[in-house]
Ligand binder design. Sequence first.
Ligand SMILES: Cc1cc2nc3c(=O)[nH]c(=O)nc-3n(C[C@H](O)[C@H](O)[C@H](O)COP(=O)(O)OP(=O)(O)OC[C@H]3O[C@@H](n4cnc5c(N)ncnc54)[C@H](O)[C@@H]3O)c2cc1C
Length: 849
Amino acid sequence: MLTLLWFVVVLAALVVLAYTNATGIAWTLAFAALLALSWSASLLPVWINGVLSAAFVLVAVVLNLTRLRRSLVSDRVLAVFRKVMPPMSQTERDAIEAGTVWWDAELFSGRPNWAKLLAVPPPSLTPDEQHFLDHEVDALCAMVTDWETTNVYKDLPPQVWQTIKDKGFLGMSIPKEYGGLGFSAYAHSEVMTKLSTHSGTVSVTVMVPNSLGPGELLQHYGTDLQKRYYLPRLAKGLEIPCFALTNPHAGSDAAAIPDYGIVCMGEHEGRRVLGLRVTWEKRYITLGPVATLLGLAFRAYDPDHLVGDQEDIGITCALIPTTHPGVEIGRRHMPLNAVFQNGPTWGRDVFIPMEWIIGGQPMLGNGWRMLMESLAAGRGISLPASSTGMAKLAVRATGGYARVRKQFKTPIGMFEGIEEPLARMGGNLYMMDAVRVLTARAVDLGEKPAVLSGITKLHLTERGRKVVTDAMDIAGGKGICMGPSNFIGAAYMQLPVLITVEGANILTRSLIVFGQGAIRCHPFVLKEIEATRETDRAKASTAFDAAMFGHLRFTLANLARALVMGFTGSHFVRIPSNVAPETRRYYQQLTRFSAALAFLSDVSMGSLGGALKRKEKLSARLGDVLSLLYLCSATLKRYEVDGRPPDDAPLMHWAIWDAMFNAQNALEGVISNFPNRLVATLMRRVVFPLGRPYVIPSDKLGHEVARLLIEPSATRDRLTAGAYISRDPDDPGNLIERALAATIAAAPVEAKIRAATRDGRLAATPPPGAGIEWPIDKATSDGIITAVEADVLREARELTERVIRVDDFASDLGISLLQPNDPVAAPAPIARTASESESLRRRVGLFAE
Ligand SMILES: Cc1cc2nc3c(=O)[nH]c(=O)nc-3n(C[C@H](O)[C@H](O)[C@H](O)COP(=O)(O)OP(=O)(O)OC[C@H]3O[C@@H](n4cnc5c(N)ncnc54)[C@H](O)[C@@H]3O)c2cc1C
């Protein structure tokens, strides 16, 4: 009996030591004490005690004597590592090392310090930024309709272009000292969000100069001269920039661009100067067709060693005026019916002086690093804001539509079948907006959160696409038939653009999130890799030894933590006392996921090694867990920052349950597909010792969320805050808002009529030939409702009629009027006043009258 107890104590000691990440000395002392106990109480036969003690002494001596440990253990492992480590190219290294690590490191630690997240100060706008958002952004939105831009101008109208330039939209991220607006990342994100709720074309046009491109690169890497010349011109829209990286043969694999520049002497402005002869072929370049300043990425070579010993210098970025001889700007692409300017550019043996390299000659070959560092922050702002904007538009308009549109005498939003997509839309948007804000906040705090910005871009654009697809299904035929009164079709068509650019999503999910996350966020992996590259033997030995044993203890700790939390439902995990009580359990459960992720990551890396890189499906799923942990963190943070409004709680609960269920599926996906089945069994026993506990959000919760979307409320306003609501009474969004308000106002009147019909005071079927107005007229004349109430009902019906109407067109859909010689299709923007364009629209019959 005592022996059994001793074994239990040994097991408990193992778990406690591992769980607490105890030091080597603590392990040694604990086992020495247990062995002493066994000897003194004769718990085991003498020979077993002897064998165990000998083994203990051997292991303890080797592991506790540093020099011995290094020479017998870590140096040997280091030698194996050096052999098996896949070689890493400079571009891979630049990509992995770019940017900073922030909250993602906590999520990878197995024990996130939630107090740190809660302490992140919430973002705010300066008075200037708020004013810009309320005035300039609203005014710009009021100038455009997506339909007119896409179908009449095939471009932004000239006056819109001018406003964009004059009001500084192209220089939001350029510092004030250079004439820009000097906005924070958060303000930039707010502007992009609002623009995207109204016009995809405006939003993309404004996005590019403020995102990865000449402005951003100049600010961080430009010479003083380049900054002083170009930044003020970019800020005022005197230059329209574009940035050309993508080549027809190198899209996702952008580091493999075949575009090249040869260092040579050449003629420039009548002088013979050092420069490069550049040849390129680029496509998909946003703003390319109208750009005056071409940012160009190419690989520089120096075969004659004019600037140094290296022949292949590496990817380099230059700024080239598009008027420069040899620069060819092609015709336009048409990205999914969105008419922002986008097209190819090419050049053959175009000589450019060295001073056109961004940062000058010293920055030759540094282009890839520059791009990766800029992307580390930039991709977390513009595209996530755009997809959130589109999702806000979808939620606000579709929620209203689902309330005013009736079938089977019932608002469609009240059917359980429609509640399901509505709940997904609400929960997803709540989470998306939370993530958008938190990532922008990180950037404003000085981070360049490479992994988190990748997660933000990937997951917000994916969720944006889901939200808009759900909106399409709810809208039915109204969403399908394009025209000026379709409120969702354009977003549905345009959202895939966001999926593809700045790192196509499948690639980001399969290669980047976990690939970069595991190396950058893991407390020891990068240190181990660096140690394998260290040429000084002594330094390498010390560093590798510390990293390897730290790593071992870390893995054991996460094994023990995942197991214990799995058995106890993570009820005993300590979390800050100041979190909302209704969210306490989420923090505890996310801690469990964090430990499970860290454990599975270590086991996967340890058993698959470099092969994990090719196991993209496993890597993607591990990345999904990291991503979902971040998405949940942002959601909980938002709930606190918003002041824990009880009415918003269903949105928060839905989002977290959905994410936890998906994180569980991702973990299960790793385990059930893990190549080594023995390891997979160990993984399952540790991560899910009592089975899989997480379930989808309940139908009841989904019902609560759906209700929040289909009726006006402070929660609906908070959820869609920042959406532009047009004042144009014909704008579909405006119409839905008014129809929704009128429908809600008319609901009690309708109830009176229904009651009268039920108790026989009003005939259930109108007399033959009576119009649809008959029940209202009869109910009024019979005193069932008042004349005022009848008007309320009539207004609701009239507005609803307008909301549900779809557009129709001339029989050839106006195509005959859009031939090349027709003024509507002229390639150059045509200056027209608002009334001219209105009369043009009517003339060509593109619109339903
Ligand atoms: C509208 C639009 C605007 C753009 N604007 C610009 C711009 O201004 N400047 C610029 O330089 N570029 C621009 N691009 C280019 C954009 O960045 C590329 O389209 C993008 O990098 C993907 O390249 P690709 O289209 O050639 O797709 P491919 O590289 O051919 O990829 C096709 C698919 O394969 C997937 N894939 C590729 N490799 C892997 C892998 N290892 N594992 C898993 N999946 C993988 C991708 O995720 C994608 O789904 C723009 C593109 C579009 C469509």
